[in-house]
Write a protein that binds this ligand. Structure first.
Ligand SMILES: [Zn+2]
Length: 413
């Protein structure tokens, strides 16, 4: 970090401290212990009742607040509702109706902090059978006190209500909602729902995390999917702490693609598999999101979470070549060498068994749960560790990189 940057950071810290104090005064919040801690301040805790506020610094504070008047947090307006600073609200978003004409509405949770900061949106269950993200949003949103938040948090735990009610990835017309963003108000049902979410909620976000799991009985090691060619997105990935990052250019129509195009840096978290609530994966995702909140300066945590995990610029799925019962020999997160046995496929009639060998050295970042498979089924997702330099050389020399990256996204997100 350069001296200039340090000075600028420290200046920003002081400004945010002043803004925080001003906001608290304006709100008339009198709980000294809550008001005392500013998430951007690393040294001074000053109780509001302290005589410090009666001394000469008062004038200085007020002068600064006046100068930074625009930065004092205001109310957030979302879905025709005012959410004043320092409050939490549960709103309702309705994009469409069920077949019987009843509005299909879904909750939108909002925490508006007492200090200025970015608005982070957490979106889950665009695929109705992906449950882990729903629980991650509940844990993050209900763990945040607005008095300790800079900026705002918006959580939409269940976007695809109709899919969720039927335990299905898709909308009732079998369309994949995550191929229709930013949507169209006069298009298909999927396009209309996408348009409604995008205009009513997503346009209010500064940063977005879309939560997913593996699809079709496959499970993913908790990981960030991000377009590392986008500098804002790349910077965002640095905030997640010990989570694996996989470079993946978003497919047109995904929320991640449309948000990034609208200048809202967005990543996807993939964690676990569909139709189950997996506590370890949920906890991993929550830790990652809370690390991001810390790195965005929205909350204060004593410790950041661990050392960064490797970044994978390349990955590839290993497919079944025969049909039968797939049983794996490796577990999620295992490190494998080229030629290692990943699993076997056994024909239940003839008892003939075929081993699946890893064509790469790397790490298992996604895999199928044990099940009956057909030839061509994507069974093991191997993250191939390379340096950034090697990856860029590779992309220049071979056509392998583009197909690999779009493939990773298409498999689940
Ligand atoms: Zn998904």
């Amino acid at each position: 970090m350069s001296t200039d940057q340090r000075q600028s950071d420290s200046y920003r810290g002081i400004c945010q401290h002043l803004i925080g104090i001003a906001a608290l005064l304006l709100l008339g919040i009198s709980h000294a212990d809550e008001a005392a801690v500013d998430p951007s301040d690393d040294s001074v805790d000053v109780p509001l009742g302290s005589t410090l506020y009666a001394d000469s610094r008062s004038t200085e504070i007020l002068a600064n607040v006046e100068r930074l008047g625009d930065s004092v947090p205001g109310s957030l307006y979302l879905l025709d509702t005012e959410i004043p600073p320092g409050t939490t609200q549960r709103l309702s978003w309705t994009a469409t109706e069920l077949f019987d004409g009843i509005p299909a509405s879904t909750p939108v949770l909002v925490v508006n902090g007492v200090r200025t900061g970015p608005t982070l949106c957490l979106i889950a269950a665009i695929h109705g059978d992906e449950l882990n993200g729903i629980e991650m949003i509940r844990r993050v949103l209900y763990n945040i006190e607005p008095t300790k938040l800079s900026g705002a948090l918006i959580g939409v735990p269940i976007v695809n209500v109709q899919g969720f009610l039927r335990g299905s990835r898709y909308l009732p017309d079998r369309r994949d909602l995550n191929r229709y963003f930013p949507g169209n108000p006069t298009g298909s049902a999927a396009a209309r729902i996408a348009h409604s979410l995008f205009t009513e909620v997503i346009t209010h976000c500064d940063v977005l995390v879309d939560l997913h799991t593996g699809s079709f009985d496959r499970t993913n090691l908790p990981q960030i999917r991000a377009d590392l060619n986008n500098p804002d997105v790349l910077k965002m990935t640095h905030g997640f702490g010990a989570m694996v990052v996989l470079h993946s250019e978003p497919i047109p129509g995904t929320l991640r693609y449309a948000a990034t195009l609208a200048n809202i840096p967005a990543v996807t978290i993939e964690a676990g598999g569909p139709s189950q609530l997996e506590l370890a994966e949920v906890k991993h995702g929550v830790k990652g999101i809370e690390s991001l909140l810390t790195s965005l300066g929205m909350i204060k945590r004593k410790r950041l979470w661990g050392n960064p995990e490797p970044v994978y610029y390349r990955s590839s799925w290993v497919r079944a070549d025969t049909s039968g019962i797939l049983l794996s020999d490796v577990s999620l997160g295992s490190t494998v060498k080229k030629g290692d046995v990943l699993g076997s496929i056994t024909d239940p009639m003839s008892n003939a068994s075929t081993e699946i060998l890893s064509p790469y050295s790397g790490r298992i970042i996604g895999m199928a749960r044990n099940q009956v498979v057909m030839p061509g089924f994507a069974a093991f997702h191997v993250g191939i560790e390379t340096s950034e330099l090697a990856a860029s050389e590779q992309s220049a020399d071979t056509p392998e990189k583009p197909s690999v990256s779009s493939y990773a996204g298409g498999m689940s997100e």
